[in-house]
Every structure is written in structure tokens, then in C-alpha cells.
Design a binder for this molecule. Structure first.
Ligand code: NDP
Length: 288
């Protein structure tokens, strides 16, 4: 068997094309969607992510602003900026690029963002809404994975799903989304005793571990759907996922590549959340 490749680049392009129409309609009403991205420090990977987010906004006609602080900026300055952005009508989404330097209280910073502008979906209010099965903003990476299931006509109802990783950014919201979609969900992590026992009986495996080629072919049930969230940089500079793609594609029914799988979907869903925020704002204003 050779698995069908779930192509994140193609789906991202298709969705971004549809966003242009929504952005143009909002702009015509005077509500151009706007995203503000705060970057603290000079981490090269974060600089690339922020640049890509700003460029992606411009490509669909959205407004964006990038606020950059040196690594030693104090938290109060960043909190004051977030308060200003919370009140800025041009800005519908606010994102603080993680990780923050060690002297920051990450939770306090994320909670300072108005829940209605929390397009990353990390605010406790939005996490709670997702846990209740009534999401307002879904964290972008797992949201992108759900769109890939939808595009691949992958029915999740009653399926055994195993998520490897329990981070707040990927693993936990991914598990909640799968649960809300009717899957039977197992969340594995570094303390899981027999990982292979769980993955071998899974119809769907989502790997969000951060370890190159961690999921091997012998860990899969033939015909499984394999989603690789991992982005790992190898010593030769190449990117690789958390799944041993070449071996696993011979066992899986459907699989995402790295690069070109989940990666392009993350920024796409950030745009989707920001447009959604602007649409909700336009509806609120129309009712006034
Ligand atoms: P974290 O480091 O926050 O979480 C990794 C998770 O993997 C933890 O829950 C950890 O368990 C678990 N883990 C580590 N070792 C093992 C093991 N031996 N067996 C089982 N579980 C293990 O990472 P993130 O969730 O932020 O990211 C995961 C990967 O996804 C990374 O490669 C990251 O670069 C990538 N990523 C990709 C994105 C995209 O756009 N495609 C976006 C975000 C992340 P424990 O909790 O017990 O420590």
C-alpha cells in the first residue's frame, strides 16, 4: 500500500484564495481585517514565523502591524502595548510570538489579550469554550489539521484517535477537537508506559512530539491516517517531521508530508481566525 498524501500546500492555497473574497467584502464595508503581531527578542526562527505571518496577511489584502521589542524589554511595556491594541479598532487579532524570554510570565501576557482578539486561541476563555465543545477561536495548528481531515473526507466519528503530545498549543486542543468530532481519543506523552500499544490500535495518529522520525512504521495499524505536526531541523539543515515518512507511507492509508503538510495550514488558519474576528466585529457594529 502507498498512502495518499494529504497536501497542505494545495489546501492552504485554496483556502487563502477564498479569504481574498471575504477580506474584500469586509474592506468594502470599512472593516479591513487587521492582525497585530508582537515579537520580543531576536530568535531567528521567531523572526521568520513573524515575517511569514505579516506577508500572508498582505497577500490576501489584510492589514497587519509588527511590533518588535528587544529581548530585555520589561513585561509592563508589552502589557501596555497589548492594552492599546485591545482598544484599537484597526486590529481584530493580536498575537504574541512564543516563546517569550524567561523573565516573562507567559500566561499573564496571553491572558492580557482581549478574548475577542485572541486569534491564537490560547486565552483561558477560548480554551474553556473549546473544551465545552463550543469553540470561538481554535488554536491554528490543530484547526488546520481538522481542515485537512475535512478535505480528505476522513470521517472521525467512532474512530480510535491517538494524539502524541499534550502541549497547550497542539496536543491538548487537538485532542479536544477530535473528541468534539466524535472520535475516541487517547492522549500520549513522555510518561506514557507503552506508546506502541496505543498507536498500533489507532485509526488516526497525530504526532506532535518534536523528535525527528519518532513514529516508525511498526507503530502503525495498516490503513491508519497519520498526521505529522512536527517540524525538526536536521544537522544538514533539512526539515523533517516527527514521523518516518518514507517507511510509514507504505503502511498508512493517508499521511501528511513535512514540509508541505500541516505547516502551511497553521498560518492559513491564523488568517481564518482574524477574518472571523473582523466579521464578528462588523456584525456587532451593524447591530448598534
Ligand atoms: P512541546 O515540546 O510543547 O510538546 C511535546 C510533547 O511531546 C509533550 O507533551 C511531550 O510530553 C511529548 N513527548 C516528548 N517525548 C515523548 C516521548 N518519548 N513519547 C511520547 N511523548 C513524548 O511541543 P509542541 O506541542 O509545541 O510542538 C510539537 C512539534 O510540533 C514540534 O516539532 C514543533 O516544532 C511542531 N509544531 C509545528 C507547528 C506547525 O505549524 N506545523 C506549530 C506548532 C508546533 P510531556 O508533556 O510529558 O513532556
Amino acid at each position: 500500500m502507498t498512502a495518499q498524501i494529504l497536501d497542505g500546500n494545495a489546501l492552504a492555497q485554496e483556502l487563502r484564495a477564498s479569504f481574498k473574497t471575504r477580506v474584500a467584502a469586509l474592506t468594502a464595508q470599512g472593516h479591513t481585517p487587521g492582525l497585530a503581531v508582537i515579537l520580543v527578542g531576536e530568535d531567528p526562527a521567531s523572526q521568520v514565523y513573524v515575517r511569514n505571518k505579516v506577508n500572508a496577511c498582505a497577500a490576501v489584502g489584510m492589514y497587519s502591524e509588527k511590533i518588535v521589542y528587544p529581548a530585555d524589554v520589561d513585561q509592563a511595556t508589552v502589557l501596555a502595548k497589548i492594552a492599546e491594541l485591545n482598544a484599537d479598532p484597526k486590529v481584530h487579532g493580536i498575537l504574541v510570538q512564543l516563546p517569550l524570554p524567561a523573565h516573562f510570565d507567559e500566561k499573564a501576557v496571553l491572558e492580557a489579550i482581549a478574548a475577542a482578539k485572541d486569534v491564537d486561541g490560547f486565552h483561558a476563555e477560548n480554551v474553556g469554550a473549546l473544551a465545552q465543545g463550543n469553540p470561538r477561536f481554535i488554536p491554528c495548528t490543530p484547526y488546520g489539521v481538522m481542515k485537512m481531515f475535512e478535505k480528505g473526507n476522513i470521517d472521525l466519528t467512532g474512530k480510535e484517535a491517538v494524539v502524541i503530545g499534550r502541549s497547550n498549543i497542539v496536543g491538548k486542543p487537538m485532542a479536544l477537537l477530535l473528541l468534539n468530532a466524535g472520535a475516541t481519543v487517547t492522549v500520549c506523552h513522555s510518561k506514557t508506559r507503552d506508546l506502541k500499544f496505543h498507536t498500533c490500535r489507532a485509526d488516526i495518529v497525530v504526532a506532535a512530539v518534536g523528535k525527528p522520525r519518532f513514529v516508525t512504521a511498526d507503530m502503525l495499524k495498516p490503513g491508519a491516517v497519520v498526521i505529522d505536526v512536527g517540524i525538526n531541523r536536521l544537522p544538514d539543515g533539512k526539515l523533517c517531521g516527527d514521523v518516518d515518512f518514507e517507511a510509514c507511507k507504505a503502511v498508512a492509508a493517508q499521511i501528511t508530508p513535512v514540509p508541505g503538510g500541516v505547516g502551511p495550514m497553521t498560518i492559513t488558519m491564523l488568517l481564518a481566525n482574524t477574518i472571523e474576528a473582523a466579521e464578528r466585529n462588523a456584525q456587532r457594529e451593524a447591530k448598534r
